[in-house]
Design a protein around this ligand. Structure first.
Ligand code: GLC
Length: 375
């Protein structure tokens, strides 16, 4: 922000948001709050919040062609560009190179392989006295992050993407059931029972103190894991998430963050200028190097400074370009509700409240109700 403040003479005040992405700022916008000028919005929010933000098409007309068209598309609602991308996100499977080497294992290709390797290493390491070691940590709390993890399990088992791009509700199918039953089998075996309350940061906490063989997380954890205070500095690698069985599609949920200018703001011009700066090449490069955030500007994937500082970034270009979107486009203003129903069905299954088959059957009925009332 400093560079922009110095160049323009404006001062930025940051207002922290509650961490879970689903709780964010709906209320402020609904109330027409005038003293928040610029919002940082999750990639899935554009359709739902479009009415509260100004159209950035004209202001950003020179910047837009520098970005991946698919990301600009995700922030465009009925021809209105409601937010500018500041970074994109696609998760990785983090693995401990030292432990895999010690036991002669390769990074897993299928979830079954991951389960087996995690259990084997966990058992062997615990027998050597590493009592706190777990096989696999991920995001199991009942929140938007679980929608991301569970979409990956389902999609990579050939079970579709909850609601398909044409609006078909596809989640109640045997592949999705198998995916969720497998995830349930991890809870209390290769994953701590407490994983049911984990978000990204709790998973990273276990991982970064050296207490996990595998972790599912976003690229931000890459820089932090290589920090001087990290017990796993230099000891880990990243690969794509496993699949159900060979031939199934690997699936990474598309994440990412954008900035949007409130239409109730009394400082629109300054807010647009800051949005342009944050979404522009200079700030994106800085964020890529300092925080391993994936740029949305195409040319930055060939930037030698970024590649040297954060090898995960050029390596991750294809992963994010093939990432699977959550169904926020087909469900429009109802995405929040759809996602909450999905993560609840998954969380119930993982907690042993009903089987995957029962919970997905119920979920299908609930989603049909939401669809019936119009999305
Ligand atoms: C990351 C992603 C975001 C997602 C969130 C879930 O921040 O970028 O899109 O909704 O994780 O916890």
């Amino acid at each position: 922000m400093k560079t922009w403040e110095e160049a323009t003479g404006h001062t930025v005040t940051l207002v922290p948001m509650p961490a879970p992405t689903s709780d964010q700022f709906g209320l402020w916008l609904a109330a027409g709050t005038t003293d928040i000028y610029l919002y940082q919005a999750d990639v899935i929010r554009a359709p739902q919040l479009a009415d509260h933000f100004v159209d950035l098409t004209e202001a950003a007309k020179d910047l837009i062609p520098q970005h991946f068209p698919s990301i600009i598309e995700s922030q465009t609602v009925n021809g209105k560009l409601v937010a500018l991308p500041i970074f994109t996100d696609a998760p990785a499977l983090y693995y401990r190179k030292d432990l895999l080497e010690k036991y002669g294992k390769q990074p897993p290709k299928t979830w079954a392989e991951l389960t087996e390797t995690a259990q084997m290493i966990q058992d062997a390491e615990r027998a050597e006295g590493k009592k706190d070691l777990w096989g696999f940590v991920w995001q199991g709390n009942a929140y938007e992050g679980l929608t991301c993890d569970a979409l990956e399990w389902v999609k990579s088992h050939g079970g579709g993407q909850i609601v398909e791009p044409d609006g078909t509700i596809s989640i109640n199918n045997p592949n999705a059931v198998a995916a969720l039953e497998q995830a349930k089998s991890w809870v209390g075996t290769i994953s701590p029972a407490g994983v049911l309350a984990y978000q990204e940061e709790e998973a990273r906490g276990v991982w970064q103190t050296g207490n996990a063989v595998f972790m599912r997380n976003w690229p931000y954890a890459y820089t932090l894991g290589n920090g001087d205070d990290s017990a796993v500095k230099g000891l880990f690698g990243v690969t794509t998430l496993p699949v159900g069985k060979e031939g199934d599609p690997s699936a990474a949920t598309l994440g990412g963050w954008n900035v949007a200018v409130s239409k109730y703001s009394t400082k629109q011009e300054a807010a647009i200028s800051l949005a342009m700066y944050l979404a522009g090449p200079e700030a994106q490069k800085q964020r890529a190097i300092a925080e391993s955030n994936l740029p949305t500007i195409i040319a930055l994937y060939d930037d030698p400074d970024i590649a040297a500082a954060q090898p995960i970034i050029p390596q991750w270009k294809d992963v994010f370009l093939n990432a699977v979107p959550r169904p926020s486009a087909p469900t429009l203003g109802k995405y929040n509700e759809v996602s909450a129903k999905f993560w609840s069905a998954v969380h119930n299954t993982l907690s042993g409240k009903g089987s995957a088959a029962e919970n997905l059957e119920l979920l299908e009925i609930e989603l049909n109700d939401i669809k019936g009332s119009g999305w």
